[in-house]
Design a protein around this ligand. Structure first.
Ligand code: ATP
Length: 185
């Protein structure tokens, strides 16, 4: 499983639909202060099902939606999609497709949309799903929002200052044990 693109629409500073192709290795995103670099990382956290508003620098779902500018009006919804290339099926790690049916697809598109009234929906390959279905796919892919895979600005010391419990979670995630916990459940 590899991340191949991210599409952001109406999320924070991304008013217009923006697709970032990361099918080839990307080392960094550069731009002036305040141009939206961290918003890209937060868009990824968001679509992965982040529940902590603090870690996406917001107080409410409304803060995530484009507020408007001198040239563009405000929007009433924000959506983010990530496309995962699953052609090699390496994420399945012995998990039956009956348990996680989306693993059968060569391409998995995870999407999350929020509305100005605070509602939120998740989709996998355009089918509305529950957060726990998204979490199942992510467990299989060894990706999580609270772990080592996403380290936000100023958080490089998080691993060192984490509690024993959090450190254990990070180590387990890094070892890819999530998928076995998912199987046990
Ligand atoms: P730095 O280099 O200073 O860390 P950055 O490139 O990472 O900056 P971000 O912090 O990602 O920039 O983006 C901040 C910008 O996003 C600000 O200009 C802010 O006004 C804008 N922004 C955040 N939320 C919204 C929103 N809901 N609607 C419109 N713009 C928003």
């Amino acid at each position: 499983m590899t991340l191949s693109s991210i599409t952001i629409t109406g999320f924070k500073s991304f008013a217009k639909k923006t697709t970032i192709d990361i099918s080839r290795n990307v080392t960094g995103i550069v731009g002036p202060n305040g141009s939206g670099k961290s918003n890209v990382a937060e868009a990824i956290r968001f679509v992965l099902g982040e529940q902590s508003m603090k870690s996406i620098r917001s107080k409410s779902m409304g803060d995530l939606i484009f507020k408007g500018s001198s040239t563009l009006g405000s929007m009433s919804r924000a959506s983010v999609s990530i496309t995962i290339d699953n052609k090699n099926k390496s994420g399945s790690r012995g998990i039956s497709e009956e348990i996680a049916p989306f693993l059968a697809y060569d391409e998995i598109v995870l999407s999350r949309e929020v509305y100005i009234d605070g509602g939120s929906t998740y989709k996998i390959n355009n089918t509305e799903v529950r957060l726990k279905d998204v979490q199942a796919v992510l467990a299989l892919a060894g990706i999580g929002t609270s772990v080592h895979t996403i380290i936000s600005q100023g958080e490089a010391d998080r691993l060192l200052s984490a509690s024993l419990k959090d450190r254990r979670t990070m180590v387990e995630d890094a070892l890819g044990l999530n998928v076995y916990q998912y199987r046990l459940k």
